[in-house]
Structures are given as structure tokens and as C-alpha cells.
Design a protein around this ligand. Structure first.
Ligand code: SF4
Length: 291
């Protein structure tokens, strides 16, 4: 399938700028991760100022075969919960993507609790060939992920400017916010600009479990994690609904909208500049949420 056909299949409302970015991303063969499966997976959903971007870890085997993120069992688990809040999360408001658009061998990343659990360095077979020590391989693997992130996901977020980024699992939490420990950090809001990176995406970040972990817990009868995951996504939906309904007047007599506001429905009748809305969200979230 050519790149334009992949874009049409996965995305709605693609701007020229985003299309140019995607063509570069989908043709990328820059690093050794690509060598493992030789496929870059496209994002899925609204590609013009989505309100929400969900960031997973990397494509699984089903995602490689379908060419879109979150279509396997974990993806269905996520999509089922999103459908329960379809007024908030739908193809007009939401984009699904991954930290890495290529799949590392056995889905291993060079970061994790005991390091030994996430040996992406060991999975980068090309590094063995040049005789690096394990420490050098791990440092190289970290740089490989960081380079991909800066070149693709961060660039994508800069173009799309979502209001809320939902990270799914430990890896996007770590690589986007530099915080470790999904159990301690899930269910909390934070401003991505507050982390020690050079970029300011102007978005709120909310973290929860990766749906594949949720499925594993479901299979072992750990209902608590399943409930927390569902509760987290409900929190995002309800917070967004509260913020927008509390502060943006619906009255037809309201002042005309000065700046188009993301994906608020046309009949919303609200008014606010982007900066005003961001201040409003910040104020409302400070009122309602402790982190
Ligand atoms: S992992 Fe990222 S940098 Fe490496 S080939 Fe895939 S898209 Fe390119």
C-alpha cells in the first residue's frame, strides 16, 4: 500500500503540514529498530488539532499486520473503554499513536524497573555485530529511542497541539515525563512543560496503565487494575466535560468565537482564545485535581 493510501485509511482531516511529516515518518529507516520488522506504523484517528492523543508503547504483531495502532487484544480493550465515552473520545477528537512507530524485537525498551526486564539493547542485533559492551549497548539503545522520539512523536505533537495527552503504560510515562513507576503515577495530571525537556507542548498529561497489562490482570482475576484503568479514562472524559461546560458559555448571545477551539462541536456557541482556554483549564484542574 502506498503512503497516501495508508494515510487515507487511518486518518481524518490531514493538514498539508501533517501529511508531509507523516510521509517522512512512514518512510523512516533511520535506526536499527526498523531492521527487526521493517515496518513503520501510522497513527489512527483525527489528525487536525485533536483534543486527546493516546500514546502507547510500540506496535504489536496485530498492529504490524493491520498497519494501525491498538487493533489487537490490548487495542480492543482500550477502544471498548473509549467507546463508553464516545461523546468525548471519538474520531473527531482523538488520535491513537505509539511512542515508537516501529516494533522493537520482543517489544523491549532500554528502560525498566530492574533494567534487566527491558533489554532492548540486547534485542538490537546489529549492535552485537560491532562489538559493544552491554553498558555501551544500553546507552546506544537509549539514544536510539530518544532520537526517534524527538524526530517523530514530539514533532507530531508539536504539529497537532492536543490539549490532553494520555500515556498508556510505563514507557510513555517515562519517556514523555521522565517519571518512573506507573502504579504511583497513574491517575494524575501533570503539565508536560514541567519536565526537564526543551519542548513545551502546552498539553496536560494524564497517565494510566497500558491496556495489555489490564488484559493480563483481567486474565489473572485482578479486577482492581481493570477498574482503575476504566476509572482513569472516565476521569479524563469527565474532567474535560466539566472544564468545557463550566467555563465556555453555550448561549447564542455569547461573544463570537475569536479563535477556533480544537474540536468543540460547531453548535457549542462558546468563545475563547486558545490562551484563555488553556488558562481556564489550568485553573479548573488546579481546583479539582491534586497532583
Ligand atoms: S524506530 Fe523511529 S527512528 Fe527508528 S526506523 Fe522506526 S521510525 Fe525511524
Amino acid at each position: 500500500m502506498d503512503i497516501d493510501a495508508i494515510i487515507e485509511k487511518n486518518l481524518t482531516a490531514v493538514s498539508d503540514e501533517y501529511r508531509a511529516f507523516l510521509k517522512k515518518k512512514l518512510a523512516c529507516q533511520r535506526c536499527s529498530i526498523w531492521n527487526e520488522y521493517k515496518q513503520v506504523v501510522c497513527s489512527d484517528g483525527n489528525a487536525k488539532n485533536p483534543t486527546f492523543v493516546f500514546v502507547g508503547e510500540s506496535p504489536g504483531k496485530d498492529e504490524l499486520s493491520e498497519g494501525k495502532p491498538f487493533v489487537g487484544r490490548a487495542g480492543q480493550c482500550l477502544r471498548n473503554v473509549l467507546r463508553r465515552h464516545k461523546k468525548t473520545f471519538n474520531r473527531n477528537t482523538t488520535l491513537l499513536t505509539n511512542l515508537l512507530p516501529c516494533r522493537p524485537l520482543n517489544n523491549k525498551f532500554p528502560y525498566g524497573k530492574a533494567n534487566k526486564d527491558y533489554k532492548m539493547a540486547d534485542s538490537l542485533s546489529t549492535l552485537d555485530a560491532i562489538g559493544l559492551t552491554p553498558k555501551m549497548k544500553r546507552a546506544t539503545a537509549i539514544q536510539v529511542v530518544r532520537n526517534c522520539l524527538d524526530e517523530h512523536l514530539i514533532e507530531e505533537l508539536k504539529i497537532l497541539r492536543p490539549k490532553v495527552i494520555v500515556t498508556l503504560g510505563a514507557q510513555p510515562l517515562y519517556w514523555l515525563t521522565e517519571m518512573s513507576g506507573i502504579t504511583d503515577n497513574r491517575g494524575k495530571w501533570q503539565r508536560i512543560a514541567s519536565v526537564a525537556r526543551e519542548y513545551d507542548l502546552g498539553a496536560w498529561v494524564f497517565s494510566t496503565y497500558h491496556p495489555s497489562y489490564v488484559i493480563r490482570c483481567k486474565n489473572t482475576g485482578d479486577k482492581h487494575i481493570v477498574e482503575q484503568f476504566e476509572e482513569d479514562l472516565k476521569t479524563v472524559a469527565e474532567t474535560w466535560a466539566t472544564v468545557t461546560s463550566k467555563h465556555v458559555p453555550r448561549s447564542a448571545a455569547a461573544k463570537p468565537m475569536t479563535v477556533a477551539f480544537g474540536d468543540v462541536p460547531k453548535d457549542y456557541g462558546g468563545y475563547a482564545s486558545t490562551e484563555e482556554i488553556e488558562d481556564i483549564i489550568a485553573e479548573a484542574m488546579t481546583d479539582d485535581i491534586t497532583w
